[in-house]
Design a protein around this ligand. Structure first.
Ligand code: DAH
Length: 371
């Protein structure tokens, strides 16, 4: 228990300093011993209580008794002491919240410098992030810029502007997760989770006239049941190149280079006819099996080839949508190619991962292998 507040007899600076320092020592000692909520409340009442608090008493007795010329000096010290006591109270309340009580906590915090230090694990890039960065770097080295777009997308950008008209059967191949409560909006404005990164092609073209060379990494969503190779959320890297005289040979050369950069220079590519609404002609790109070198194994189902991405020449209908905002995209004057690849699929191949779910499970035994 603290002693009573004495009467002050001298009001010179030295006397005031000493009197206040003494009170501060008492407050600090009391605060250091606090170790439970009730004690903190008692401390608050004892020091800051409106009627019987010690500070109230100090201001009542000392300030009143002080000669006029000492009041200012006294007031300054009083305010400083009050700030200290309030700070002590705050700290004690904080200690109550995180469980590190005053005195005991301080003792526990004392550092024994002879003990070994706490080992801090270094963070590491997630394999998906790493693969995504690796892909974008390959294209950045070819002069491509990097862009992004929204994951919550409109029907217009995700489908219509990519040449999937309303009701087009190709929409069914992308099991779409739609945002609820959009029925009253016109179809083109309805929101959905983007099913591919292709809509960012249109967003990019609307923002800048040709020429364009851009890659767009990002997350996409589909109402797919999860299995060893499917996840309702996954990642893609989209590519778009538009300029005068861009041909299918440019597309082949670019992707052949990219696959060699990603999987090693021994890898071969081949292009198979395919269909995407936003490219014409469209192709699926296969690479020679990186596991057996093309001889045929279980991974490539004995074919020697593995299908890896989609691509094609940008459909004039897509340029027509872009030309509404940027007249430079006149399909008579320019041409271009686009491609889209799944990041998980590439990461699974590069790192020999057989379950896509391993990327999302947060299991340190899996993730630390990439550190
Ligand atoms: N958006 C397609 C998908 O998710 C992938 C794709 C194919 C993108 C061909 C393209 C492309 O840009 O040209 O299945």
């Amino acid at each position: 228990m603290n002693e009573e507040i004495p009467n002050l007899t001298a009001f010179d600076e030295a006397a005031l300093d000493e009197a206040f320092a003494r009170l501060e020592r008492q407050a600090r000692a009391a605060a250091a011993a606090l170790d439970n909520d009730a004690a903190v409340e008692a401390f608050r009442l004892e020091w800051l209580g409106r009627k019987q608090g010690r500070l109230n008493e100090v201001s009542g007795r000392w300030l009143k008794a002080a000669p006029a010329e000492a009041k200012k000096l006294l007031g300054v010290r009083f305010n400083a002491l009050k700030a200290v006591v309030e700070g002590l109270l705050d700290a004690a309340l904080g200690a109550g919240q995180d469980g590190s009580w005053g005195g005991a906590a301080l003792a526990a915090e004392a550092i024994d410098i002879t003990l070994p230090g706490t080992r801090r694990l270094a963070g590491a890039e997630h394999p998906i992030t790493r693969t995504l960065n690796e892909i974008t770097r390959v294209f950045a080295a070819l002069g491509y810029s990097v862009g992004v777009g929204p994951e919550v997308e409109t029907d217009f950008y995700n489908f219509e502007s990519m040449n999937f008209p309303p009701g087009h059967p190709a929409r069914d191949t992308q099991d779409t997760l739609v945002v609820a409560g959009q029925e009253r909006r016109p179809q083109r404005d309805r929101l959905l989770m983007r099913t591919h990164t292709s809509p960012v092609q249109m967003r990019t073209m609307e923002q800048q006239p040709p020429p364009v060379r851009i890659v767009i990494p990002g997350k996409v969503h589909r109402n797919d049941a999860a299995d060893a190779t499917h996840s309702p959320i996954f990642h893609q890297v989209e590519g778009l190149c538009v300029d005068t005289n861009i041909t299918f040979s440019d597309l082949k050369g670019t992707l052949d280079h990219a696959m060699k950069a990603l999987f090693g220079s021994a890898v071969k590519t081949r292009f198979f006819p395919s269909f995407f609404p936003f490219t014409e002609p469209s192709a699926d790109v296969q690479i020679s099996c990186i596991f057996c070198g093309g001889k045929g194994c279980r991974k490539c189902k004995q074919s020697g080839w593995i299908e890896l991405l989609g691509c094609g020449m940008v459909d004039p209908a897509v340029f027509a949508f872009a030309a509404e905002k940027q007249p430079g995209y006149d399909p008579k004057k320019i041409s271009g190619f686009a491609f889209g690849m799944g990041v998980e699929r590439i990461a699974m191949m590069k790192y020999g991962v057989s379950e896509i779910g391993s990327f999302y499970a947060g299991d340190m035994r899996f993730l630390s292998q990439f550190a």
